[in-house]
Structure formats: structure tokens, C-alpha cells
Design a protein around this ligand. Sequence first.
Ligand SMILES: *[C@@H]1O[C@H](CO)[C@@H](O)[C@H](O)[C@H]1NC(C)=O
Ligand SMILES: *[C@@H]1O[C@H](CO)[C@@H](O)[C@H](O)[C@H]1NC(C)=O
Ligand SMILES: *[C@@H]1O[C@H](CO)[C@@H](O)[C@H](O)[C@H]1NC(C)=O
Length: 300
Amino acid sequence: MHRCVCAALAVLSLVGASPTPGSAPPRSVPWKASRLDKPNEHVIFLQYGETEPALKLKETMPVEELNPTHYPARRAAAVAQHFLNARHGSPYKWFHVEQVQSATLEEIAGVGAKYHVVFSAKEGVCNQSVGLCTADVLFPEAGGDQTAPQVQCSCEGPLAINASAQEEAFYRRLRGSNSPVTGNNIPDSFGFIAPDMKPLWILAGVASSFVMLKESNENTLYNLAQVANVTQLESEDKQLKFQYHVLLHEMVSQEIIHWKLLVTWAPAGGVSVLHPERQPHCHDCVLPPATAPKERSDPE
Ligand SMILES: *[C@@H]1O[C@H](CO)[C@@H](O)[C@H](O)[C@H]1NC(C)=O
Ligand SMILES: *[C@@H]1O[C@H](CO)[C@@H](O)[C@H](O)[C@H]1NC(C)=O
Ligand SMILES: *[C@@H]1O[C@H](CO)[C@@H](O)[C@H](O)[C@H]1NC(C)=O
């Protein structure tokens, strides 16, 4: 393990954030959410996509309490996790749901299924808690124009974990290198990730979150299974540029889905995914051993 020098900031630099949540969740939400309603300088308010009036609509439907350890709650929390990573991830910042604490579901006729989840989250590189997050995840009703879930998420803890020293060092190393970085099978068949490949693996995780966020619905649970390969590309500007081929695991269907992602990153600009391309289904693809279904025994 490399030495971790991230520092959580006591005072956050609130980029694109407001001190209190812009649209407070309905009063029926659990106590942990109302903690976040109080004026609190540690609250970061994030919004994905366009302002979504649907999230502020009717509260007339009954709100169902969900068991926070069951899949529906965990799937909604996973979508919020993808949102956090798409917004705040980097090769040295990767956020994970630690534990879902409470969850409710409200079916809104003509709009969709709105989950409200409260969960604790952690940054994985520093292994550091970022406190409680509350998220509204709206899965639009099938048949509409909108298919991607809409997410609002606020976290009380320091999302602005300061990994700038590592990010700068990694950036300089790759910018200055004569031969572009390449890698494949991350992790390898023993689950091993070489230390110098770790940031590229995490960057793949963050980039995949853009795709997993868009692709998720109420019945999916996506994970990054493996980086089949990654190649650093020439870049015209200050961004580092990578072509990734990633294998996403959808745990409900047990499907392995291949995506090609063109990913750019710079410490100042964050992660962008330029041309996500789902690859055609392929039977001969080599699956990572940890998640691979049993080999098909084809008749002769
Ligand atoms: C991460 O932190 C938790 C405490 O928050 C600790 O129990 C655990 O061992 C740590 N894991 C690693 C890999 O350092
Ligand atoms: C983050 O840490 C670096 C040193 O590692 C420091 O120079 C920088 O000022 C810190 N950033 C913030 C926002 O505190
Ligand atoms: C990357 O991996 C995919 C899937 O295994 C393969 O089809 C593709 O040719 C590989 N690309 C490179 C550049 O190695």
C-alpha cells in the first residue's frame, strides 16, 4: 500500500454547492435526513442533470419504509454512489457506500419511483469516512423520454478530501513519460492490482460510474469488474487521455457488459467520459474469474 497523504478539509471549498439543501426532502423522511436539514456548513448539495421539478412534486402517495439491508435500498444507494464518483471522483478519490441506514420508496404516478436513502460513505483510497449522505434517486417511469435516474445527493462529511499531492504527482508522471502508459487485465486473474496500476483502476471505476449512473434502473446493480485494457493517448491539451475497455458486472442479471470509454482527466478539470460505446455482446470474451459465471458446456 502506498502512503496515504490525503487530508480531509475541516473547512470545505464548496464548489457548486449551497450551504443548505436547495429542496429539503419531505418531512416524512427519517431523522438522519432532518439532521442534514439544519444549517450546516459541512453540507454539500449536488444536483445531477437539469433541475428536476418531478423531485419536488406531490407528496400525496404513501411513502413505504424499506429495509436498508435489502437490495432495493442498496441499489438506489449504489446509484447515488455513482453520482458522487461522477461528480467528485479522481484517480485518487473513489467513493463507496459503507452502509445504508434508512430508505423509503414513493411511487409517483406518471413520474416514477423515488427512493430516499440515507447512507454512510467512505473514500476508498484514504479509507476515510465522509459521513452521512442523503440522496433522492428518481427512476423515471418506463416509456418516457427520460431513462437515466435523476439524483440529488448531499453529504455532511468532507467530500473535498484533499488528494492534490498524489494527483499532481501522478499527473506529472504521465505527462512527462516518453512512452504512453498501457495496462491490461486489471485486476489480474488472482485479483492482484500492481501498485502503479491502482490509479488507472480507480480512474476506470470513476469513469464507469458515468455509464453505470446512466444505465441504472430500479432492477440493476452495476459494478466495475475488470479493466480489459487501457492505453494512454496523445493529448492536444492539458488533459490526460485514455482509451479504456472495461467490463461491467450487472449483478442482478449476472451479465458482463463491455464498454469502450474515452476518458480524460486533469487535476484541475476532473474526469470526463467522451465516447462511451457499449460493445456488442460477445460469448468468447474472457471474464474475470471472480465474477465469471461457470463456463458453458457447449454440446459437441
Ligand atoms: C479502514 O478504516 C477502518 C476504520 O474506519 C478500519 O477498521 C479498517 O481496517 C481500515 N482498512 C484499511 C484497509 O486500512
Ligand atoms: C491540499 O494539500 C496541498 C498539499 O498537499 C496543499 O498545498 C493545498 O493547499 C491543499 N488544498 C486545500 C484546498 O487545502
Ligand atoms: C481490449 O480488450 C478487448 C476485450 O478483451 C479487446 O477486444 C480489444 O482488442 C483490446 N484492445 C487492445 C487495444 O488491446
